[in-house]
Design a protein around this ligand. Structure first.
Ligand SMILES: [Zn+2]
Ligand SMILES: [Zn+2]
Length: 342
């Protein structure tokens, strides 16, 4: 079968490899779609610890083609989305219910072969059923949505809250929708790209801001700004120094800033502890998708979260290495690799 293999930092190729055989408790899933995410680029560039040689792809869904021995809850022909993050269940963090912080975490598409391939083999514990009526491409959004759900859970959004989302990529646009569902009534999305601002307004943002037009912080939080005094909750979804610095400053006194964006390992920003302390800003970080994958699958299966407008490009496995290696054009939101072709 075809698979997109990271062989070393900067070396990513489509190769012909053996089709995996499901072992005890495993599902063999024919991939319908797998999303290309910033993490794949970080892995390719060596900015995020990688474990080559490995097939990348951690945002996938597909149809079960075969099940291994001892599989009880799934059968061939079912559609499933995979939670790529496999916790050990034995370490102290797992025992404390913090499975995303597992010391022995193994991720499909990072540590073991993932979804940029015709088939993936995964433990049944990582699979969540999706309806067969669902658009076959939509299941690829369960993983990023599950990560956003964890962030929204951590933020404790109250009905009527004000929210600012920094970044108009897939994470930002999913977070806007979740904030709306969680009861926020004023939702501001900040991004340079005009198309993304227009889309955010269709998906639930009550206003959008172009940060290149004026000083973002005073423009939003100042007298006469869109949210004078700042927001109850700010989500950093861009993973760049500028927005990492802005996030706590855009939160109101006693508000919360949640970091979701990924910056390269070793990168640093300047923050002002005085400002954090005297305004008692809650600075929260949100990592992965602990126990949120089922809800993400339900939100997509029911259509409560709109993902169709987030699909920018559909590409083949042959085109995938190049798409990961070269940064996405500005207006792009999510590119999906579709092994069966377009
Ligand atoms: Zn991802
Ligand atoms: Zn563990």
């Amino acid at each position: 079968m075809k698979a997109v293999r990271l062989e070393a930092t900067g070396k990513l190729y489509m190769r012909e490899v053996e089709k995996p055989v499901p072992g005890p408790g495993d599902l063999l899933v024919r991939i319908e779609a797998c999303g290309i995410c910033g993490t794949d680029r970080h892995l390719f560039l060596g900015e995020f610890p990688s474990h080559p040689p490995v097939t990348l792809g951690h945002e996938f869904a597909g149809i079960i083609e075969a099940v291994g021995p001892e599989v009880t809850s799934f059968r061939s022909g079912m559609r499933v989305t995979g939670d790529p993050n496999i916790a050990c269940g034995r370490c102290e963090e797992c025992h404390n219910g913090r499975v995303n912080l597992c010391r022995n975490l193994q991720a499909i598409g990072i540590h073991r072969d993932g979804g940029f391939a015709e088939y993936v083999c995964m433990p049944q514990s990582q699979a969540f059923a999706l309806p067969l009526e669902l658009d076959p491409l939509h299941g690829a959004f369960c993983e990023p949505l599950a990560c956003c759900l964890h962030a929204v859970d951590l933020a404790n959004i109250r009905t009527g809250a004000s929210v600012i989302v920094l970044g108009g990529g897939v994470i930002g646009l999913l977070t806007v929708q979740l904030a709306r569902l969680a009861g926020a009534t004023r939702i501001l999305l900040v991004t340079r790209n005009a198309d993304k601002r227009a889309l955010a307004e269709k998906l639930g943002a009550t206003a959008t801001v172009d940060p290149s037009q004026a000083d973002t912080i005073s423009g939003i939080t100042g007298d006469g700004g869109l949210l004078p005094g700042g927001a109850d909750v700010v989500f950093e979804c861009a993973g760049v120094p500028e927005t990492m610095i802005q996030a706590p400053r855009l939160a109101r006194r006693g508000g919360t800033a949640v970091i979701l964006g990924i910056m390269p390992q070793g990168a640093k920003i300047e923050i002002e502890p005085f400002d954090l302390l005297f305004r008692e800003v809650n600075l929260v970080s949100s990592f992965l998708n602990p126990f949120t994958h089922q809800r993400a699958a339900d939100l997509i299966a029911t259509g409560a979260i709109k993902v169709e407008p987030l699909i920018s490009r559909r590409i083949t496995l042959e085109q995938t290495p190049n798409a990961i290696a070269n940064p996405a054009p500005g207006g792009e939101i999510r590119t999906l690799a579709i092994p069966a072709g377009q």
